[in-house]
Each structure stands twice: as structure tokens, then as C-alpha cells.
Design a protein. Structure first.
Length: 76
């Protein structure tokens, strides 16, 4: 039996990350935007649109196609 739980995410919530350079804060929205771009580039497996529709509103998603935002020197 599969059970679906609806969670409301606070996209403005900040997460503090530690690195050798010290702490850095990023928002949940920024992390999800990075994941969205990684999926568009093929760096992570594809994520169904239905999932994105639940967790990241369209106005938060990167609007450019991956080809338009591909950094110089990036892998094909």
C-alpha cells in the first residue's frame, strides 16, 4: 500500500552548510533550482514533472533551456 503525504515546503527557509571555507547559507529554493538544472543537464536521473509541480512552483524554475545556460567548457 502506497501512502501519499502532502508536505508544504518553505522555499525561503535557509540551510547552513559547512565547508573548509566556513559556513554558507542557501535557501531550499536555490537547492531545488540546482537540482532542476542538474536534471536538465543529465547530471542526475530525470525527475518527473509531476514531482516538480508539487515541490517547486513554475515561477521558481529556471526558464532557459539547458543549451542556453550551459557554462563554457561544460561537458556535452
Amino acid at each position: 500500500m502506497t501512502r501519499t503525504i502532502k508536505l508544504e515546503a518553505d522555499l525561503t527557509a535557509m540551510l547552513e552548510l559547512e565547508s573548509k571555507h566556513g559556513p554558507a547559507c542557501v535557501s531550499v529554493a536555490t537547492l531545488l533550482q540546482c537540482l532542476h538544472m542538474a536534471a536538465a543537464y543529465g547530471a542526475v536521473p530525470p525527475i518527473p514533472e509531476a514531482w516538480w509541480d508539487r515541490v517547486l512552483p513554475a515561477d521558481y524554475r529556471p526558464s532557459a533551456a539547458p543549451e542556453a545556460i550551459k557554462p563554457e567548457g561544460a561537458l556535452p
